[in-house]
Design a protein around this ligand. Structure first.
Ligand code: AMP
Length: 555
């Protein structure tokens, strides 16, 4: 199904959202009629395809529940285990890569989804596909081959491997394929920025999948702009880039350009980097990256660098299922909602209730946990997302909490609330990602007037002494040449108190009863968070899909 230009895309969105219920029922019917006889579903449905039977008998599952079935596929069992359709490969997700089936139909759905998600953006910013380029930071991860010979790759890597993407790449993007597939992310980063700068006059869109990668790109630029300018001036790639693919790509593009180098040097030499993206890439119409959810912590800093240009959070999707798009690209990051497209998967929603002031807690297992259909969710209510897909996931709980912000035609729009399983808990106080984020925002406000910026944070539960306590790792940067050593330790003590005051009611009760000891902030060296990312990437996380953990569990 092609979207036939952006107007065709908008028309299709209208049709899909108007007929949401009917399309959802069709999607489920098709999935069940194809797969009701698979080893997995047979046990629950005895070959039948009835929706009510599905709702009554098929359990809500996590990846761990499906692992034995996925392991069989990985090890080459060919009978219909989760799916009747042939499996063409496997998708991966998460720090510890999870494997899941991919079929030809999944690949088609992704292609349609990308087309549809671009339609509202093109409506607002014009068709950037016409005679202009995107500077997108993109990083592929090597494919894994399963014992049965299936190729496993992350969703983004599959996109970069696709023939359509590879054909369009030279025309539409500034990054050559070799820099995307470069095994050393630093070489890839350097070259992608270099080629983006060389073609700066053609660039109309800057971005990456997630806000954190765009910010990392800017920081990389802060550290390397002089060297990049030198390379542009001389037309020679720095010697430390030893990757042969990157060197070959450079030899085709680079020639000495001292005027361009001088222009870039003057821009980067400015005291303030406010609005640097617009200055370096003056034709940029918008910056595209996901900035909701955990990425929300980067928006203040990103707004500073992007000043003068909007940034657009266009999609909400995960390796397991394609979900929603943002119909209002110009809306503020904090207000972004995603409308669910009913043809992408069969969506159900597990209500979650407010047990504490402003925080979200799941219904406990013994309560009645009736799943709600897409069109029956209620505005203002929070839900956990459960998906049934054409790729062999049945009533699979994603782990994301979403809030219904309204409806467009008959389809609901959701704001991303939090990733449920990211929780800091010394005892039973259960601090969610959102709780932590809010408390950090309150505490970091003490640093701002003193000329210091909190650039990154994560957390850790330290139970080496009793009672245990929460540790926050903060990376702090001084504005205009200030050094962190100038920061008065008393301020950090105040930040600790402010965080504790700002955490939720249950946390405070636990503190009062000394079940939890005083919170601690440890200021880490500059670059620690980059090192953390490098470490995760070295352990198999895809750089494109990397999300800094809100809480660190490992030593
Ligand atoms: P992955 O499967 O590695 O691509 O990660 C998918 C997860 O990333 C989702 O389950 C969400 O937790 C998060 N995510 C994806 N898109 C968004 C978005 N637009 N806003 C907030 N979080 C998102």
């Amino acid at each position: 199904m092609a979207t036939n230009g952006y107007e065709g895309g908008l028309k299709m969105i209208e049709e899909l959202t108007t007929n949401a219920q009917q399309i959802q029922d069709e999607v489920l019917r098709e999935i069940l009629s194809r797969n009701a006889r698979t080893e997995y579903l047979r046990g629950f449905l005895r070959g039948q395809t009835d929706k009510q039977l599905f709702k009554k008998n098929v359990p809500i599952v996590t990846y761990e529940d499906l692992r034995p079935y996925i392991d069989k596929i990985v090890n080459g069992e060919t009978s219909d285990i989760l799916l009747a359709e042939p499996i063409t490969g496997s998708g991966t997700s998460g720090g510890q890569p999870k494997l899941m089936p991919v079929t030809a139909q999944v690949a088609k759905k992704w292609e349609l989804f990308r087309g549809l998600s671009e339609s509202p953006v093109i409506k607002h910013f014009g068709d950037i596909n016409q005679a202009s380029k995107r500077m997108e930071l993109m990083f592929a991860r090597p494919e894994i081959e399963t014992p049965s010979g299936l190729k496993a790759a992350s969703v983004s890597t599959s996109k970069y491997n696709g023939s359509k993407f590879r054909t369009l790449l030279p025309k539409l993007y500034t990054s050559p394929i070799e820099t995307i597939f470069c095994p050393d992310p630093n070489h890839g980063f350097y070259c992608q920025l270099l080629f983006g700068l060389i073609q700066r006059d053609e660039v109309v869109k800057v971005g990456s999948l997630f806000a954190s990668t765009v910010l990392r790109g800017i920081k990389f630029l802060e550290n390397h702009w002089q060297e990049l300018c030198y390379d542009i001036k001389t037309g020679r790639l720095s010697d430390w880039i030893t990757d042969s693919g990157c060197r070959n790509a450079a030899s085709l593009i680079m020639k000495p350009n001292p005027e361009q180098a001088e222009l870039i040097e003057n821009i980067c030499n400015c005291k303030s980097w406010e609005g640097i993206i617009r200055k370096l890439w003056p034709k940029t119409r918008y910056i595209c990256c996901i900035c909701t959810g955990i990425m929300g912590q980067y928006t203040t800093e990103l707004e500073f660098y992007c000043r003068g240009r909007p940034f657009v959070s266009a999609v909400y999707a995960c390796s397991e299922a394609i979900c929603g798009i943002n119909l209002e690209p110009l809306c503020k990051p904090s207000d972004v909602s995603y409308i669910f497209l009913p043809n992408m998967a069969y969506f159900e929603f597990l209500p979650v209730k407010n047990e504490r002031d402003g925080s979200i807690e799941m219904k406990s297992n013994d309560e009645d946990t009736e799943l709600v259909d897409l069109v029956n969710v209620k505005a203002g209510q929070c839900y956990e997302l459960v998906v049934t897909t054409c790729a062999g996931l049945y009533r699979y709980i994603i782990g994301d909490v979403l809030m219904v912000s309204g409806f467009y035609n008959n389809a609901p729009q959701f704001q991303f609330v939090e990733r449920k399983n990211v929780i800091l808990s010394v005892d039973q106080e259960k601090t969610s990602e959102t709780d932590l984020f809010k408390a950090v925002i309150e505490a970091k406000a003490l640093l701002d007037p003193l000329g210091f910026i909190l650039t990154e944070y994560t957390s850790y539960v330290d139970t080496s002494s009793a009672p245990g306590h929460c540790v926050l790792f903060w990376e702090i940067k001084g504005k205009e040449g200030k050094h962190c050593k100038e920061l008065d330790p008393k301020i950090m003590v105040e930040c600790c108190s402010r965080m504790e005051e700002s955490l939720h009611y249950t946390y405070k009760i636990y503190r009062k009863r000394n079940i939890v000891a005083a919170l601690e902030i440890r200021v880490v060296k500059q670059g620690s968070f980059e090192a953390l990312m490098d470490y995760c990437v070295s352990k198999g996380t895809s750089l494109s899909q990397y999300k800094k953990p809100s809480c660190i569990k490992s030593e």
